[in-house]
Write a protein that binds this ligand. Sequence first.
Ligand code: SF4
Length: 276
Amino acid sequence: MSQVGNVEAGSRHDLRVGVSPDAPETDDLRDDGDGAFGYVHSYESSSRYDGPGLRLVLFVSGCLLRCSYCHNPDTWHLKDGTYVSARAVIDRLGDFAPALRSLDGGLTISGGEPMVQLAFTQRILAAAKQMGLHTAIETSGFLGDRVDEKYLSCLDLVLLDIKSGDPETYRRATNRDLAPTLRFAERLAAAAKPVWVRFTLVPGLTDDPANVEKIARFVALMKNVEWVEVQPFHQLGGFKWKAMNLDYKHEDTAAPTAELVKRVIEQFRVAGCHAR
Ligand code: SF4
């Protein structure tokens, strides 16, 4: 049993490892509890980037993907996160709620993958809604089949990372299958749930025009997608891979040029998406 710790303010760029050595393996997590406790990396209280308005962003632990360019490999395993009570998270959120409301913002849960700890994240999202806050999660959608209607009803927006349109490229980038993400995307479209699609542009990995085209065509059919956000690869997470003795394949990958970013945004626009 992990020891209960404090909810830590910080940044997605902080390295947190080995905080809860007794935590279960992410693969073994049976998320059938009441969500009173969970594992978190940190939170940022003033993001303008992860949803509309001012956001408190909670980074939770646990992810089943292994994106080769992941900026936060210290969120993959629950054992690297701090074991905290949902109550403590909700109380902290309450401290920020007046400011978040007045700046048309709210709560975004990111990670890691919020759907690894479904009961825990649902409890926090439901509390945020009770405070009158806008709610969002950032997800790969890989575990979308686990989500029920009640969970979806706690969400005003889904930031859906579609990491590639080509199944083989997706597997090379994430070590997992693309199909569950597309299935979840179709479900969100059927439910008319607002979505911002996020696509990480990694030169030499995800930038092939045919790969981008497949996402663009798929997304253009989803009337619930408000934005496609092209996120240029950067090296800010590289130090974490080295510190954790992980095999980092992008040491020599440069950030995409302005021309490449422009080309990809234009591809989405030509397909009929609102892209930026
Ligand atoms: S889904 Fe996100 S947290 Fe998980 S490996 Fe990929 S980039 Fe990292």
